[in-house]
Write a protein that binds this ligand. Structure first.
Ligand code: ADP
Ligand code: MG
Length: 486
């Protein structure tokens, strides 16, 4: 196109705008978007107020420019192509960035359309929207999304997201906890395969999530892909994933915590065993003295009697029983739940603690239920609980007196063991603190006995209540009755 022709078209365009009230009105309105008209070379012919605000140049200044003076270098070629397309009659839409008068980058969303007068294209209209803020926000959102994602990816907790119970997202830790080598191994799997024994908990959590509620923390065992079991804590939270309702699982490995806990229970047990040993040593010395006496008598050949043997043998038996009880208690054992008669457990405990009671001039009285009462329990742990409470009862009695152990059925489904002492009682203000780790009022106390016992009871679905006044303390231990054939 020669320059004369261009000039002619520009004049025609200027006239057209001036004469068309409608077009002129558009440029006068205070619209937030930039409206402008360019000649066929891209030089501005008219620009509205928004053009000034966006570019920082006045209308007079703009009229000296062509669009290409404003566009940043890297966008120029693309914008030129679009401009030429609009000169062929096609409406163009694109995004580009300009440099304002104050040298700031402004992102624009632009629409170009041809100006056709008398079947001739004499220029191009432009409408440009400032999308800098929008772009910034989008960038921030993307960044925060990326941050969030990376937080989840690198979280020390396992995170999975499920939809219709199937895993649709898992972080690395989760795939590890679920027994996969990589995330893909667990994607698409039904969560219930990992939580085989907890179907009712899962159903409950899912229905809570539907109502928009997060679950409590649950301590569960996960069955990994390789069928190994691990201890974890899980919590479910309702969420949205890819625009659909989903459930977010936080899975925390508690193997080490459990192990530490086990170690603490064990060390507490050893302390108790050590403390019991004093009473036991005393208890064993008596029969040994007696046996020695008999031996001397027999040696002298004087008062030799056949009955001596049965007395000696009974004393040795008793020593054997006490020692084997002590060894059984101190021996570390794997956690093992079995149906056991709680009364027979208590009888073993009495054998052990009686020696301690005798040392303190305390009488240990038992009232048992006429039939065996079964509970599903880790026998050794339950022994530990009873020993702890009986020891506390003995230690609370400064003067001689009686500790009464009563086993009764609370109802068809639970049994209660009451341990009643005639000790000093527990002052109201410290009653609440009992069970706190290391809370003790004794010079040589560990302050772990009650805490460990409460923990063990929790794992047995049992409950402990402590009532106390100046006449003494009663500890009631309630446990669910089990049926051995279950
Ligand atoms: P420890 O026996 O090593 O002190 P425990 O956890 O067994 O630790 O008990 C914590 C505290 O609870 C005791 O120091 C004592 O003050 C109080 N206590 C527990 N049982 C009794 C009881 N039967 N009578 C009075 N006080 C008790
Ligand atoms: Mg104690």
């Amino acid at each position: 196109m020669n320059s004369l022709n261009i000039e002619k078209k520009r004049k025609k365009l200027e006239m057209f705008i001036k004469e068309s009230l409608f077009v002129e009105q558009i440029f006068k309105d205070t619209k937030p978007e930039a409206y402008y008209a360019m000649d066929v070379e891209g030089k501005f012919v008219i620009a509205n107020r928004a053009c000034e605000l966006i570019s920082g140049y006045s209308q007079e200044e703009l009229n000296q420019f062509s669009y290409s003076d404003l566009i940043i270098e890297s966008h120029l070629q693309n914008v030129q192509t679009k401009f030429h397309y609009s000169l062929t009659g096609a409406i163009q839409q694109y995004q580009c960035t300009i440099l304002s008068k104050s040298n700031e980058r402004v992102d624009l969303e632009v629409t170009n359309s041809p100006i056709i007068v008398d079947n001739e294209i004499i220029g191009v209209y432009g409408i440009a929207k400032n999308i800098t803020y929008f772009n910034e926000q989008r960038k921030k959102l993307k960044e925060s999304e990326r941050l969030h994602r990376s937080l989840i990816e690198h979280s020390p907790d396992g995170v999975i997201i499920t939809q219709e119970q199937r895993v649709v997202f898992a972080n690395k830790k989760a795939s590890e906890l679920l027994g996969g080598n990589k995330v893909e191994d667990v994607l698409g799997k039904d969560v219930s395969t990992f939580l085989k024994r907890y179907s009712s908990m899962l159903i409950n959590n899912f229905s809570m999530a539907e109502k928009g509620l997060a679950s409590e923390l649950h301590e569960v065992k996960i069955v990994q892909l390789n069928n190994k079991e691990i201890d974890v804590e899980i919590k479910t939270i309702p969420t949205i994933f890819q625009e659909d309702h989903a459930v977010y699982f936080i899975i925390r490995d508690i193997t080490e915590r459990k192990l530490a806990h086990e170690m603490m229970i064990n060390s507490e047990k050893l302390t108790v065993a050590g403390q019991l040993a004093a009473g036991i040593a005393h208890e064993i010395r008596n029969p040994i003295t007696a046996i020695k006496g008999f031996m001397q008598l027999m040696e002298s050949g004087k008062n030799y009697k056949q009955e001596f043997f049965s007395v000696i043998s009974a004393e040795i038996n008793r020593m054997e029983i006490i020692l084997s009880e002590l060894l059984a208690l101190a021996k570390p054992q794997l956690e093992r739940y079995r149906h056991r008669d709680i009364q027979s457990i208590l009888k073993h405990v009495v054998t052990l603690t009686k020696t301690q009671a005798i040392l303190h001039n305390v009488n240990l009285k038992t009232t048992f239920h006429p039939e065996p009462v079964f509970v599903l329990c880790d026998e050794n742990k339950l022994k530990q609980v009873f020993i702890n409470f009986i020891k506390n009862a003995i230690e609370a009695m400064k003067n001689e007196g009686t500790i009464t152990l009563i086993v009764e059925k609370y109802d068809d489904s639970s049994v209660v063991v009451n341990i009643k002492d005639q000790g000093s009682g527990i002052p109201k203000k410290i009653l609440d603190r009992i069970g706190e780790p290391f809370f003790t009022t004794k010079e040589n106390g560990t302050g772990l006995g009650v805490m460990v016992s409460l923990e063990i009871m929790k794992h047995h679905n049992g409950a402990v209540t402590i009532e106390s006044d100046s006449n003494g303390t009663t500890v009631s231990i309630q446990l669910p009755i089990s049926k051995p054939e279950d």
